[in-house]
Design a protein around this ligand. Structure first.
Ligand code: NAG
Length: 423
């Protein structure tokens, strides 16, 4: 109710705490309600829903499409599945590794990825902060940090420890590990003793939920990210959901059909709600990707954007003889997911004409063969397969990964233990 009165820069957390203090029992902010609903259901809901045909919205595969080439056999969606939402890539403020470390490692209890340990030690460039099987990829901004327009939900093994750290920080001891977070946006609040809302130093919003069963939630029997010798595993157990805010004009059903068509990823009706104006898509059996109308209302619609294209960068010059398609570089955040059949997803994306190459990154796959060789390709435009006009609903960069290399061995970056019968 008061949300609209707040300036867009005002912290969502502050708004929520404010609402809470007014003893409002129903949440005005629907994303949080969705998350509570999910948690009370537990992981079994996800498992059940993702295998239950009846819970899935109408899909592109069950509806014939005008262009005959695009008509899929009903079995095609089972040719590809999403196995894992691996990481969120988001820029931190250049030159502020002190803040990155204080927030991700000293407060949240992420573990340091050994593959980026040199950068961690030198205090420059990209670091990876691991949480169970999942990661945050944190490159340097240019120079500013990105603020993801959404909410990141993580499961944590010990909220009391987080609160103790926060209280120590509030006491303001100079040598406190969280001292670099002073004079940033960093803010922590607790709701009903069961959910922590955290604003990171730059304004990103996290919802942190306690775990009823840390061993099950960490799922180390399914996969894990590497830890440094002698370091303990992450306190956080999983990145359970990424909620992406979208304009109120966005075609949510079209987004559902996009995920079903390209990745074989079903929308979970139990977790989607017309009241909260959101849809949740299964990312494997343990995670979701949620698309939700921006909680600040339609006034915020103009500002909702998840890409940042640059058309004139040096990297694209001097290569004019190339017959490769030209793509602008994207400096926005991206998500990375593993699929069970990269070729299938690639072909589906090709049919929708949404293949994308980001020259900002080293690996660049312009063809299916290159995608297979590099175990990845990218997509940025999201299009409803049923929309004849192929209007872009939303731009969000996806790094789509394969668990296996061309010769069937496990892709070295894949955190899943078993990649054998993934299909
Ligand atoms: C993967 O997808 C390709 C392209 O759709 C298909 O030809 C192949 O049979 C699929 N592989 C498996 C193991 O399902």
């Amino acid at each position: 109710m008061e949300l609209k009165a707040l300036s867009p820069s005002a912290s969502l957390l502050a708004a929520l705490l404010h609402l809470h203090c007014l003893c409002v029992t129903t949440f005005a902010f629907v994303g949080v309600a969705t998350q509570i609903q999910r948690r009370t259901g537990g992981p079994s809901v996800l498992v059940k829903a993702s295998t239950s045909e009846s819970s899935i919205l109408p899909t592109a595969n069950s509806i014939s499409i005008d262009n005959e080439d695009d008509v899929e056999q009903p079995s095609s969606s089972s040719s590809c599945r999403v196995l894992l939402l691996d990481h969120l890539n988001i820029n931190h403020e250049k030159g502020r590794h002190d803040v990155v470390k204080a927030f991700y490692f000293d407060f949240l209890g992420c573990s340091i990825d050994p593959r980026k340990y040199d950068n961690y030690l030198s205090g420059k460039k990209t670091v990876w902060a691991n949480i169970g099987m999942h990661q945050f990829h944190l490159p340097e901004g240019e120079p500013k940090a990105q603020v993801f327009q959404g909410m990141i939900t993580i499961l944590h093994s010990n909220l009391d420890v987080l609160m103790e750290r926060y209280n120590r920080y509030l006491d303001g001891e100079k040598d406190d590990k969280l001292a670099p977070l002073q004079n940033t946006e960093f803010l922590v609040g607790m709701l009903d003793n069961e959910m922590m809302l955290v604003t990171d130093p730059w304004g990103n919003e996290f919802c942190i939920l306690p775990s009823d069963d840390p061993i099950e939630d960490r799922a180390a029997n399914i996969g894990s990210q590497p830890t440094l010798d002698g370091h303990v595993e992450s306190e956080g157990l999983a990145m359970e959901d990424i909620t992406v805010y979208v304009p109120h004009t966005a075609n949510l059903d079209g987004i559902s059909r996009f995920y079903e068509y390209v990745f074989g990823a079903p929308t979970l009706e139990e977790l989607s709600s017309s009241e909260s104006n959101s849809i949740s898509i299964a990312m494997g059996e343990r995670q979701t990707l949620t698309f939700q109308y921006h909680p600040y209302g339609m006034d915020a619609d103009d500002e909702v954007e998840h890409h940042e294209f640059r058309y004139h960068d040096e990297e694209n010059d001097g290569d004019s003889s190339s017959d490769q398609p030209f793509y602008p570089s994207n400096y926005g955040p991206h998500i990375s997911l593993y699929v069970s059949n990269l070729s299938h997803a690639y072909k589906q994306a090709e049919k929708l004409n949404v293949l994308y190459v980001n020259r900002r990154f080293e690996r660049q796959a312009y063809t299916l063969d290159e995608a297979i060789d590099q175990c990845m390709f990218r997509v940025v435009d999201m299009i409803d397969p049923l929309d004849e006009n192929k209007e872009v609903i939303l731009r969000l960069e996806h790094e789509v990964r394969s668990t296996t290399t061309r010769d069937g061995r496990k892709y070295k970056s894949c955190p899943l233990l078993d990649v054998s019968g993934v299909n």
